[in-house]
Design a protein around this ligand. Structure first.
Ligand SMILES: N[C@@H](CCC(=O)N[C@@H](CS)C(=O)NCC(=O)O)C(=O)O
Length: 198
């Protein structure tokens, strides 16, 4: 049984969405975390090394970091084909876009938010002006990041785009708007919103 360590309206919400897509048995353990305004406490019940969410525990095996959790869950629950398995030609693109999410995409947006220039040749990520077109090209071909097949990569990027739809960090884009609509129209997304407790 999977336990999801969760705080409403955070990056852990998307894993309720993924677990619903997978049809996996799970329980939600709501925890506290430190917050942006300096409040909040690390919850001793949370096994994440920094007291962040998301984290999962699978009969005592702890997994943290969003791409790792996504991969762990889609490998463990392959029945609904939410992640290409070893041997599938889409496995390589799947792993790449999962890793890119926290290795490049989020840092690109965070650099922009913090008004930090991204030093070419030094930083492991790129400026958002370079990252976003790469994504939009994939999504323009769509309907999903891997083409016809919806995957857990779409859970990461789709929920991020949905969250920042109104942010000045994200340029207006019909491709993104349609992608977000497709993601939010999925029955599992509605079920997740009903369970997320925010
Ligand atoms: N790289 C992590 C980021 C996790 C993260 O920063 N989560 C935020 C909530 S959205 C958090 O728990 N913040 C509390 C803290 O920083 O202590 C992942 O993608 O899983």
């Amino acid at each position: 049984m999977i336990t999801l360590y969760h705080r409403p309206k955070t990056r852990s919400t998307r894993f309720i969405f993924l677990l619903e897509e997978l049809g996996a048995p799970y329980t939600i353990r709501t925890v506290t975390t430190r917050t942006r305004d300096g409040g909040g406490d690390v919850d001793p019940a949370n096994p994440h090394p920094h007291g962040k969410v998301p984290a999962i525990a699978d009969d005592g095996v702890v997994v943290f970091e969003s791409p790792a959790i996504a991969l762990y869950l889609t490998d463990k629950f392959p029945q609904n084909r939410v992640g290409p398995l070893v041997g599938d030609p889409q496995r390589g693109p799947y792993l790449s876009w999962l890793a890119y999410y926290t290795g490049v995409f989020e840092p690109a947006f965070m650099s922009k938010f913090m008004k930090v220039e991204v030093p070419r040749g030094t930083a492991g990520w790129v400026a958002v002006e370079e990252a976003l077109p790469a994504l939009l090209q994939r999504l323009g071909d769509g309907p999903y990041l891997l083409g016809a097949q919806f995957s857990a990569a779409d859970v990461l990027y789709g929920t991020m785009f949905a969250q920042f739809a109104q942010s000045p960090l994200l340029p207006k884009s019909a491709v993104i708007e349609e992608y977000v609509r497709r993601i939010q129209a999925r029955p599992a997304y509605a079920r997740a919103m009903a369970r997320e407790g925010g």
